[in-house]
Design a protein around this ligand. Structure first.
Ligand code: LLP
Length: 415
């Protein structure tokens, strides 16, 4: 049974009614399932069980301390992209020696912090960054473990904003330049070249792009061997998609089986950086229907949440299923645009949805555990939502609802 399911027409997260959570904690409200997160993490970890491997959860997908702590307790590694995420992972009990640091714009202070923490590996994204890490490592007399992130020029066939492995994208180093950079790094005293990394995009729904990228990385590894540069791990990044609407992405176990098959004769450690596939389906956003508004052309349901809490529909035209937490048996289905209160036309959650609605209803915006809260903002001076973790029968507040007064806490009027 899925962690979110109906029982007698009431939507549950594990053993807790979402209607009750909305009553007790108000809306908008993110609700996550510990069981769902745990299950997905194990699906990856077990899928690669026969190979030396480390699952490095991509923190950006959902960086709440409780989420990170659940994963840390499972033994997960972490993929971070900022000093902030580094500090979060450590605060949540994550092991620095299982952290990989990705991202095209690592600042000096972030590199120093990561060196001090003793992270597992820097995924280097450019020649300039390599130089900077080398300078800092030499100054600090600390050897920096590095992988070079290559850009295999593979089409991930996903939304252009979340495709990263094409040659026109800003990420990684072109395959044609990678060898030279590896050689350069190899000769530096304070750089320890340990891996090759790649990440080709997100919400990828077929295996082919992953397998194509894998081949590129393996070929590069062979070329490096010939130059006596021996690599101890390959990091294939994240990117496995989930089913939001009609997509049919491979399951983590299928994805793992296909990749593991290619690696079974090779004695090399594999790193993966899944984010979405671990947490997307483990979360919902609860919102209240404030108003129903019928205009001659459209019927709108106006919610108490919008692009400030969930920007994916506005930013990527992303689809999220919308379910009532209490399924009614009476009423008329109507076609609604489900919109937020924000003063932007782009502020919608869904378009043309068939629903039976009354004002005051609570809706669950499904599959919002990834890139939901982490991309939220205070636009229009809206306090960010409360976050709740359900664990069996238990309900834990894992982030308090913000108070409006806190929103200008760091602001100053002129004397
Ligand atoms: N590793 C690196 C280097 C990444 O850049 C990303 C995501 C991941 C791993 C995790 O990818 P995942 O397994 O979650 O697909 N905000 C967008 C998604 C942006 C993904 C950015 N990078 C969305 O809401 O769809």
């Amino acid at each position: 049974m899925s962690s979110f399911h109906y029982q007698n027409n009431t939507l549950f997260a594990e053993n807790v009614s979402l209607a009750k959570i909305a009553t007790d904690h108000g809306t908008p409200c993110y609700v996550y399932s510990r069981a769902a997160i745990t299950q997905q993490w194990h699906a990856f970890d077990e899928g690669f069980a026969r190979l030396p491997h480390l699952i490095c959860y991509a923190v950006k997908a959902n960086s709440n301390l409780a989420v990170l702590n659940i994963l840390a307790r499972l033994g997960s590694g972490f993929d971070i992209v900022s000093g902030g995420e580094l500090a979060r992972v450590i605060a949540a009990g994550g092991d620095p020696q299982k952290i990989v640091f990705s991202g095209v714009g690592k600042k000096t202070s972030e590199i120093i912090a990561a060196l001090e923490a003793g992270i597992f590996c820097f995924n280097v994204e450019s020649a300039a960054e390599l130089t900077r890490i080398n300078e800092i490592a030499s100054q600090q007399k600390k050897c920096a473990p590095i992988a070079i992130r290559v850009n295999p020029d593979v089409d991930a066939q996903t939304h252009p904003y979340i495709s990263t492995g094409l040659k026109e994208n800003k990420f990684g180093v072109a395959m044609s330049e990678a060898l030279e950079l590896f050689q350069l790094a190899h000769h530096e005293k304070y750089l320890n070249v340990i891996g090759i990394a790649c990440h080709i995009g997100s919400q990828i729904t077929s295996l082919a792009p992953f397998l194509a990228a894998t081949e590129c990385v393996l070929e590069l590894r062979d070329q490096l061997e010939k130059l006596d540069i021996s690599i101890s791990h390959l990091d294939l990044g994240g990117g496995l998609g989930v089913r939001y609407a009609q997509e049919t992405p491979p399951k983590p176990a299928e994805y793992a089986a296909a990749i593991a098959e290619r690696f079974k004769q090779l004695n090399i450690k594999l790193l993966l950086e899944p984010g979405r596939a671990i947490v997307a389906k483990a979360g919902v956003l609860l919102a209240k229907v404030e108003y129903l508004k019928n205009s001659p052309h459209k019927d709108f349901a106006i919610l108490d949440t919008g692009m400030n809490d969930l920007i994916r529909p506005a930013m990527y035209q992303a689809h999220h299923d919308i379910l009532p937490v209490q399924r009614g048996t009476v009423g008329v289905h109507q076609h609604y645009d489900i919109v937020g209160p924000i003063c932007e036309t782009g502020d919608f959650i869904a378009k043309n949805r068939d629903l039976i609605l009354t004002s005051g209803d609570i809706l669950a915006i499904m599959d919002t555990g990834a890139y939901g809260f982490t991309m939220s903002s205070n636009y229009n001076t809206r306090a960010r939502a409360v976050e709740i973790m359900v664990d069996g029968e238990q309900v834990h507040i894992i982030r308090d609802r913000e108070h409006v007064q806190d929103l200008w806490k760091h602001e100053h009027v002129l004397p």
